[in-house]
Every structure is written in structure tokens, then in C-alpha cells.
Design a protein around this ligand. Structure first.
Ligand SMILES: Nc1ncnc2c1ncn2[C@@H]1O[C@H](COP(=O)(O)OP(=O)(O)OP(=O)(O)O)[C@@H](O)[C@H]1O
Ligand SMILES: [Mg+2]
Length: 407
């Protein structure tokens, strides 16, 4: 079905006749209600009288949370800036409403793409039990939940846990515009998780405690499994990895999907630290993720693995715009130059984190740098990344889809 969002009554009716099988909504609120009521909606057409900002914010949020929902924008006078902004936000096409053939063709193309995306998601669901677009419980407000950020690298030891812990703290500190954020950190390096040590947390409760209650875990139960970290003006709820490596195998992909899905409804950000492997467990996490932070260091083996990861992400259909490439120990003297690095990985790097002996020192002390030394160059680099990629764009959970405009 197609949804037409247009406030001008006659034009809305006209578009509806043109597109067939369409629902017309006159306001942003009615639009949100309509798409929350039906997860399988595939196309929203923004009429020429809808404010551009509404369309862009909507497209941006859908791209992350409902990639199969296409957005078309109808604009009579189209300038290059509008087109660039629209495409950047994830609008599939911008079309002149008076060109009926073009509107119909664009709607057709969008439906085709949505069907393909849904097909890919469903075939993955059959192979791997659950995907984010088929949530555990089809929560009607899935468009207003928290953002899942997974820190991943196919090669071990390149700084995933350092980045995940510090990123979680930075996000919890928030920014001036909207204050502190509710953040949880999940250590999915199930066999050898370091988060407890890095944040000096006693692992009295871990994800292993969720295994016996997996089939009846609810938000209240999940809350009891978190260990609270508080320091440097940040509070982060941490779900620690099992103490016994052997238990790792008992954490099923379904349990991981369920936990992430539940956490999304409880926090503004869910940050996930991972193990360096494409296991079923990691794929469950990657499938349920909105943003991928992919880490590499400026050495050939690490970069080769980063390139392989990117190729793997293509195969798995993980969206390109959801990937953030971070180069850790970027200034390392023994490393390659930036030009050489970008030549190997063939994608631009979004964040550069310097090398510093304070990083291992802080890990040994169990005091992440972003909390203990917020002005440290490593903390600043992680903060810049958080502001640029997440704090500046993401909407706090449990606010409306047009929250940025109102808030
Ligand atoms: N920017 C940095 N400067 C100096 N040392 C760093 C930096 N980032 C990470 N390290 C050090 O490198 C080692 C590996 O870092 P970390 O544990 O964060 O990586 P990881 O990818 O999580 O590793 P694993 O795959 O083993 O889980 C640690 O000793 C850490 O202190
Ligand atoms: Mg680690």
C-alpha cells in the first residue's frame, strides 16, 4: 500500500487516483500513526505542500529503522540543493507532481526495491531466525526507539572494546543541546569480554544469567542483569559477558536478538562490543544494528581485514550509510599514511583516534579515558565521532518521528 502525505485536499485526491490503492494522510501525526499501525507499508509519497524538513527527517529515520519503506518526494521547483539534501537523507527519488508518468514510474521502482529488501530480510530470517525488520514483538512504536551501535572488526586487538566503552560513556554524557542520554553497553565478546575489567565492574550478574530465563525475559528481568557504571558525569548500564568462556556457546542468537530488541525500547543508545568473528551470535547482533562502527589500525593485516569486512557487509546487505569507519592508533609511527590507508580500504574514514600509552594505562586502572580525562586527545577524538555521527543526528528514544523539529 502507498501512503500519500499531502495537506491540500484536491491534490491529495488526485494523487490517490493516480497511484491507486493509496491512503491519504493530511498531517505528520496521521502519517506516523498510519505507518506504526502497519509495519509492511512500503511507500510514503510526500506531496508538494509538505514542508521539506518533515520529509527529510522522516526519510532519515526510516532509512535506519525501516529500510524497506521507500520515500518519494514531489516537488514542482527542484533545485540542486533540495535534490542533494533529499538523496542524502535517503529519499529514493524526487519527482515533479505534474509529470504523472514520472510519478508512477518512480512509485513502481520504489515498490520493486522495497520488495527486494523485504525478500532479502525474510530469507535472512529463515536462515538465521530473526532480523530487526521482523521484531520479536511487533511493537507499534518501533520508529521511536533507541539506536543500536555495534563496534566491530574482523581482526582482534584493534581497539573495539576501547572504543565501545568510551563511546558508551561519551554518549551517556550527551551534549549541550539535549543533555545526558540513556545508554546501555552490551559486551558480546562472550568468551573473552574485557568490558568488566576496563570499567572496573564486578561481574555479579552477566548475560549468562539470561540463559535459564530466555523464554520469559522481560524488561524488568533484563534490568536486573545490568551492572551500573557511573563516573565522569555519565551513567551507563552494562550487560557483562559471562565469566566462564564455555558458557558463551549457550547464548543463542535468538536470545541476543531478544535482548537487543528489548534494550532498544529502554535506552536512547545501545552500544555493543563484539568478538572478532562472523559467528551466528555476532550476525544476530549485526542484524539488529542501526550503525556499524568498523575499526581498523593503520597496518596492512588490519586494513585487509577491514576491507574483507566491508565486502562481507555488502553480501549481507548491511547499508553503506550505516557504516562508520574508524582508524584507531591513526598516528602510529609504524603505520601507513592516510592516503595509503584509504587506497587499501577504498572508503573514506570518519574518525581518527590517536595512539597513546594512556589507553592501556586507563584500561589497567579500569577508568576509561572519556570519563577520567575528557580533555585527552583520545577522548576528544571519540567525542567528535559521537557528536558527528550519533548525538547530532539521533533522536532520543520515545519521542515522535518529527522530534528534531519539535525538540
Ligand atoms: N588508541 C590507542 N592507543 C594505544 N593503545 C591502544 C589504543 N587503542 C587500543 N589500545 C590498546 O590495544 C589493545 C587492544 O585494545 P582493545 O582491547 O580495545 O581491542 P579489541 O579490538 O577489543 O581486542 P579484542 O579483539 O582482543 O577484544 C589494548 O591493550 C589497548 O589498551
Ligand atoms: Mg575487546
Amino acid at each position: 500500500m502507498t501512503i500519500i502525505y499531502e495537506s491540500e485536499h484536491r491534490l491529495a485526491r488526485h494523487l490517490s487516483t493516480l497511484l491507486g490503492e493509496a491512503v491519504v494522510v493530511p498531517t505528520a501525526e496521521a502519517l506516523v500513526e498510519q505507518i506504526n499501525a502497519d509495519r509492511d507499508e512500503q511507500l510514503v509519497v510526500f506531496g508538494p505542500n509538505v514542508p521539506l524538513h518533515d520529509a527529510l527527517v522522516f526519510a532519515e529515520q526510516c532509512r535506519l529503522r525501516r529500510p524497506h519503506l521507500g520515500v518519494l518526494l514531489l516537488r514542482s521547483d527542484l533545485d540542486v540543493n533540495v535534490l542533494a539534501d533529499a538523496l542524502k537523507a535517503g529519499v529514493r527519488e524526487v519527482v515533479d507532481p505534474s509529470d504523472h508518468a514520472a510519478v508512477l514510474a518512480a512509485a513502481g521502482r520504489s515498490h520493486d526495491l522495497s520488495r527486494q529488501l523485504l525478500g532479502a530480510a525474510n530469507s535472512r530470517a529463515t536462515g538465521r531466525a530473526a532480523v530487526p525488520s521482523a521484531p520479536v514483538s511487533a511493537a507499534p512504536d518501533d520508529l521511536v526507539e533507541g539506536q543500536v551501535i555495534t563496534v566491530f572488526a574482523a581482526k582482534g586487538g584493534c581497539g573495539k572494546s576501547t572504543i565501545a566503552t568510551n563511546l558508551a560513556i561519551t554518549l551517556a554524557q550527551g551534549d549541550k543541546a539535549s543533555g545526558r542520554r540513556r545508554v546501555c553497553l552490551i559486551d558480546l565478546d562472550l568468551a573473552f569480554g574485557d568490558v568488566a575489567i576496563m570499567m572496573q565492574l564486578a561481574p555479579h550478574r552477566t548475560i549468562a544469567d539470561a540463559i535459564p530465563v530466555a523464554d520469559r525475559l522481560d524488561e524488568t528481568g533484563l534490568r536486573t542483569l545490568f551492572t551500573r557504571y557511573e563516573s565522569g558525569g555519565a551513567a551507563v548500564d552494562v550487560l557483562l559477558a559471562p565469566v566462564q568462556p564455555a558458557i558463551a556457546e549457550e547464548v543463542t542468537r535468538d536470545l541476543i536478538t531478544e535482548i537487543i530488541h528489548m534494550a532498544r525500547g529502554m535506552y536512547d543508545f545501545v552500544v555493543i562490543d563484539t568478538a572478532s568473528a562472523f559467528t551466528e551470535q555476532m550476525l544476530a547482533a549485526l542484524d539488529a544494528t542501526h550503525h556499524y562502527v568498523l575499526v581498523g589500525t593503520p597496518e596492512l593485516p588490519s586494513l585487509k581485514n577491514l576491507r574483507v569486512t566491508l565486502d562481507m557487509f555488502e553480501l549481507l546487505d548491511y547499508r553503506r550509510e550505516a557504516r562508520t569507519i574508524v582508524l584507531n592508533r591513526a598516528d602510529s609511527k609504524v603505520g601507513l599514511s592516510m592516503t595509503e590507508v584509504e587506497k587499501v580500504i577504498r572508503v573514506p574514514i570518519a574518525g581518527f583516534i590517536p595512539s597513546s600509552r594512556d589507553v592501556p594505562i586507563s584500561a589497567n586502572r579500569g577508568q576509561p579515558l572519556c570519563a577520567a580525562q575528557p580533555q585527552h586527545p583520545v577522548s576528544s577524538a571519540i567525542r567528535d565521532l559521537a557528536v558527528k555521527r550519533f548525538l547530532g543526528t539521533a533522536t532520543p528514544a520515545k519521542r515522535g518521528i518529527f522530534a528534531r523539529k519539535k525538540g
